[in-house]
Design a protein around this ligand. Structure first.
Ligand SMILES: *Cc1c(COP(=O)(O)O)cnc(C)c1O
Length: 391
């Protein structure tokens, strides 16, 4: 049999398996779902004229996020990238520092580091979670860094490695205990990029609440959406206050005076977006249940497709199953593109995972450890249609 026909055989099997779950119609990768009070709350914004930086929905959305995640505070901002930028800044990341981030993440993680004037330092993934590998990271830091005056210094570059950013890939919690221990032992601040993991829990605790700060995204393709939006989670009162201050132009409260006591940012989430968020969060449990059910259906559909594994939540974790993912067996990397072609031609939107960040032009000169597991995963992962509305 030729390679060509072998590839299309597997491609056709994947198409059939997805269709057995989604039906014959074309399906996008991830669609938002508006089945609740969206119209009511948006109308209330318009009728009240409070569409922008004043209004009750921002406070309400923040309180509901804090309540749901168990963080003491949530600060709503314009998007997840801005949330990361401010969280890193408040974690003490300075110009010319290095920040450890996974190579296997969305570009926003690295961009936010760069906005601080700092340099991303790429970490390999663990096969079990797809997130940063705590064991490998520890060995690497033992070898390549030294402690100077309580700071972790990269011997090769002479720069301080200030922070570590775990990212919960596709909503699957990382080995946070392992990573927190590494951070403690090497004096690193921890900011969790939980953009993809609203509704995901590690040993019963919500992701994004383990580090000093965690960040969420409510972009249109995330589990719930505010159009564009994000939030900073923290249980530290001073960090929460400062996050709010920095994201609202650092203006001191006063009836008429415009006095700003530092260079702030206009990152506040508008009331219109928060109104959408309040309606969406009311439907979060239903969406999570639908996503889990979709996972169960896919699991059945792919149980007998040889060479392909459907990604499941790590042990003792509850994943939100934001994006469903297939992992090709080692040795079948060459089939990935044939499967992408077959599925997209059939109207089923699938895509590979992000190009590893150290391969992007902006980041090729950044420091990195051996990235062999991330490289292997990147060649073998395929995301398949994941909308809650498919169920
Ligand atoms: C979506 C996402 C973000 C933030 O994205 P915004 O579009 O700025 O809200 C950050 N990191 C990861 C890993 C993401 O998936």
């Amino acid at each position: 049999m030729s390679m060509e026909s072998v590839q299309s055989v597997l491609g056709n099997r994947v198409v059939a398996a997805i269709r057995s779950v989604t039906g014959p119609e074309p399906v996008p990768l991830h669609e938002p779902q508006f089945r609740g009070n969206e119209w009511v709350y948006l109308k209330e914004c318009l009728d009240s004229t409070f569409v922008s930086s004043v209004g009750r929905f921002v406070d309400r959305f923040e309180a509901e996020l804090a309540d749901y995640t168990g963080a003491r505070y949530a600060v709503a901002v314009v998007n997840g990238t801005a949330a990361l930028h401010i969280a890193l800044k408040l974690a003490g990341v300075l110009a010319d520092d290095e920040v450890l981030i996974p190579a296997l993440t969305f570009v926003a993680t690295a961009n936010a580091v760069t906005y601080c004037g700092a340099i991303p330092h790429f970490v390999d993934s663990a096969a079990s979670t797809m997130g940063p590998d705590a064991v490998k990271l520890r060995d690497y830091l033992v070898e390549c860094t030294e402690q100077r005056a309580g700071q972790c210094v990269n011997r090769a570059s002479g720069r301080v490695i200030r922070a570590l950013v775990p990212m919960h890939v596709f909503g699957h919690p990382v080995d946070i205990d392992g990573l927190l221990a590494v951070a403690r032992d090497f004096n690193l601040a921890v900011v969790e990029d939980a953009a993809e993991s609203l509704g995901s829990f590690y040993h019963g605790q919500h992701t994004g609440t383990f580090g000093q700060m965690g960040t969420l995204s409510f972009n249109g393709n995330k589990t719930i959406t505010t159009g564009g939006g994000g939030a900073i989670l923290t249980s530290n009162t001073e960090l929460a206050r400062h996050a709010k201050h920095l994201t609202t132009t650092a203006k001191l409260p006063h009836a008429w005076e415009y006095r700003h006591d530092e260079v702030g940012y206009n990152y506040r989430m508008p009331n219109l977006n928060a109104a959408l968020g309040c309606a969406q969060i009311e439907q979060l449990s239903a969406m999570l249940a639908a996503k889990r059910e979709l996972y169960e259906c896919y699991r059945e559909a792919f149980a007998h497709v040889e060479g392909i594994k459907l990604i499941s939540e790590p042990e003792e974790c509850l994943s939100n199953y934001w994006l469903q993912a297939l992992l090709l067996d080692i040795g079948l990397e060459d089939e990935r593109d044939a499967i992408l072609h077959a599925t997209n031609e059939a109207g089923l939107m699938t895509r590979p995972v992000w190009i590893l960040l150290h391969e992007l032009a902006s980041f090729t000169s950044c420091p990195r450890m051996d990235l062999s597991e991330a490289q292997s995963l990147a060649q073998r992962l395929i995301n398949i249609p994941s909308s809650a509305g498919l169920i």
